[in-house]
Design a protein around this ligand. Structure first.
Ligand code: PRX
Length: 632
């Protein structure tokens, strides 16, 4: 393991101090531990006005040489990836670094054979099977830009993302397993591609052995294409600031935006943060339960662990199949040492029988992690006590698709840990809290808007095809700062506690949706005139989706109408964005200028209508009484 790991609190303090006083020297030393084809000329060039951020300018590299090739001499026979299938009766599969290198090279050669080249955008819509990992790394190997779309998104959502990035290829599978269900994936791709002109090739991996429609000249089977293909594929030389990937995420307005990360900075920060936060040791078995379709899967299932030469476990299934003990059974089966999951998974398992956890030993566990949404104290204590046996540090890692890697988190056993607190920033990260005017709040025991005042290597570079959108979304709210969209508290000791989004983004089971995006989907239903969506506290999902909907014709059976509206959302976005509650209303609380007062709707959704605040500026205050009376 290259020597980038902090070993004590004193080392943390020293690293933090240096990273602020001499950020270029600090990151330059860390970057020097990687394999570069050519060293960079300038460590950092930046301004947050345009914004323009460039790390390691002039440096040349390929991230897969750092993930794979550089380990072959010393770790060629070490396990890189363990794949556990959905059904425990099916056998798991393991790949050493040497085997993974071959698989990635072969996949890369299949991509090339089918016309892919450097700079092409390739959409990956695949379940959690080993080929998904090969596919992502194969794109990086040949310099193609991967755009992974989580396989739970609908055909319409996939088509929007393909069109935005003008992808030339789609990598997919015949179908997928999800608990007891099997889902036809290729059919969703076919439907999406009816709306896309840019896609010339579709490569299909067989998972279920289902007969699927194959379009002549466009669709090919991976198992046919890989026959006789070389197991060697020289890596394309990339510039440090060349795009590595695009990952779509929701903002408070409009369609999801394509967050762009680049090769050099993302690589450096992925490994640095992974190695430090989890304090990974050479022989650890590490398991991140996130799907590769989200940023957590990109950085902490794939890139971070492989860059570090670690053993990463990839799980196809769900926490509740075939029973509520599945996670813990997998931990015992492979002797997992580091386990990283989302609060929503913990909360769903807390609801089960405690013996589902206590009947497993879980002795191998050393470190636990949490990501994606605030972890409430009850879930924190359950996780720490019953899974970690009060022996394992629990790191609550705060970060975002846009930050590329963990920003604020306890470093396991090194920096302070406090329930429901992300705690301290990692070296190189300079958070500040500001008030509504953007003025820095310097005291402790305060609350404010969370911003960053200095760039880190894996900061978002742009939003694909629309740089102005990146500026407006992140760099224009508070001058000279990156604005996260989150509110946070800082306690008397300077530890951060993230409260959650302060914009119109809701976080459902750790997945981000813009309220505008869900409203737009709902409004597609032919009965609907207008809608307003807000989040509300939900015991398992963190936040649930509450929709207030005005309809032009309400049929006798309101439940049919509700089912139809849900169907529309599933079609436009996917099952993951299904509203939990739909209240049919005659009007929405609007100001005289026509703006919906969401504050009131949020209160109604939370079930707290005792104090709705000032409603005198509303166009029609009676609307509020009707909404209160019909609240679900
Ligand atoms: O609100 C914060 C919440 O998730 C948002 C980022 O979502 P996404 O880009 O999908 O990335 C999720 C995985 C990194 C943040 O703005 N969030 C993420 N982690 C935490 C969190 N909120 C509280 N505590 C966390 N540990």
């Amino acid at each position: 393991m290259p020597n980038i790991q902090i070993k004590s609190y004193q080392e943390y303090e020293e690293a933090y101090k240096r990273s602020v006083e001499d950020p270029e020297g600090f990151w330059s030393d860390i970057a020097s531990t990687f394999t570069w084809r050519k060293k960079w000329n300038t460590t950092l060039e930046w301004n947050f006005e345009e914004p323009n951020v460039k790390w390691f300018k002039g440096g040349r590299l390929n991230i897969t040489e750092n993930c794979l090739d550089r380990h072959l001499k010393t770790r060629g026979n070490k396990l890189a990836l363990i794949w556990e299938p959905n059904d425990p009766k099916e056998r798991f599969v393991r790949y050493t670094y040497r085997e993974l290198h071959e698989k990635v090279c072969q996949f890369a050669n299949v991509l090339k054979k089918n016309g892919a080249k450097k700079g092409d955008r390739i959409c990956i819509y695949m379940p959690m099977i080993p080929e998904l990992a090969f596919a992502v790394l194969a794109c990086a190997r040949i310099g193609a830009i991967h755009s992974v779309v989580f396989a739970g998104f609908s055909a319409v959502a996939m088509a929007d993302r393909i069109n935005d990035a003008q992808c030339s290829m789609v990598l997919t599978s015949d179908g997928l397993n999800r608990g007891a269900k099997q889902i036809p994936v290729k059919r969703v791709v076919d439907e999406a591609l009816e709306r896309c002109d840019s896609v010339k090739k579709v490569i299909v991996v067989e998972r279920l052995g289902w007969a699927v429609n194959m379009v002549d000249g466009r669709d090919v089977w991976y198992h046919d294409e890989v026959q006789g293909v070389s197991k060697d594929c020289p890596a394309e030389e990339m510039d440090a600031e060349d795009m590595l990937f695009i990952l779509y995420t929701s903002g408070s307005t409009g369609k999801p935006k394509g967050v762009v990360h680049t090769c050099g900075g993302y690589m450096v920060y992925a490994q640095y943060s992974f190695s430090n936060v989890f304090q990974v040791q050479e022989n650890d078995i590490y398991w991140c339960t996130a799907d590769i379709g989200w940023i957590t899967g990109h950085t902490y299932l794939l890139y971070g662990p492989l860059l570090s030469g670690s053993t990463s476990l990839m799980f196809e299934g769900v926490p509740t199949f075939p029973d509520m003990g599945r996670f813990w059974q997998v931990v015992d089966k492979f002797g997992v040492n580091i386990f990283y999951t989302a609060p929503t998974a913990i909360r769903s398992l807390m609801g089960g029988d405690i013996d589902d956890v206590l009947s497993y030993s879980l002795d191998s566990l050393k470190v636990l992690g949490s990501v994606g949404e605030p972890i409430n104290e009850e879930a924190w204590h359950w996780y720490h006590t019953h899974v970690g046996k009060e022996r394992c540090p629990l790191v609550d890692t705060w970060w975002q698709t846009e930050t590329g890697g963990i920003m604020i988190s306890t470093i396991a056993s090194i920096t302070p840990m406090k329930p429901s607190h992300a705690a301290l920033p990692l070296p190189g990260i300079q958070p500040i809290l500001v008030d509504a005017e953007g003025k820095e709040i310097t005291d402790n025991e305060v609350e404010g808007y969370l911003c960053m005042k200095f760039p880190w290597p894996s900061i978002i570079r742009t939003t694909y095809g629309d740089h102005e959108r990146a500026r407006l979304s992140y760099f224009s709210t508070y001058k000279g700062l990156y604005f996260t969209g989150d509110g946070a508290k800082r306690d008397k000791d300077g530890l951060y506690r993230i409260i959650g989004r302060v914009d119109d983004v809701i976080n459902v089971s750790g997945h981000r949706f813009g309220t505008a995006e869900i409203e737009e989907a709902i409004n597609h239903n032919s009965h609907v005139v207008e809608s307003a969506v807000v989040g509300y506290p939900h015991d398992v999902k963190g936040q649930g989706i509450y929709a207030f909907v005005i309809c032009k014709d309400v049929p006798e059976r309101e439940d049919y109408l509700r089912a139809e509206i849900i169907e529309t959302v599933v079609e436009k976005i996917g099952k993951i964005a299904k509203p939990d509650k739909i209240q049919i209303v005659n009007g929405l609380p609007k100001t005289r200028s026509g703006k919906i007062m969401r504050r009131i709707l949020r209160k109604v959704a939370e079930g707290d209508t005792s104090n709705l605040g000032d409603t005198s500026t509303l166009l029609d205050p009676d609307v509020v009484d009707e909404i209160k009376a019909g609240a679900l």
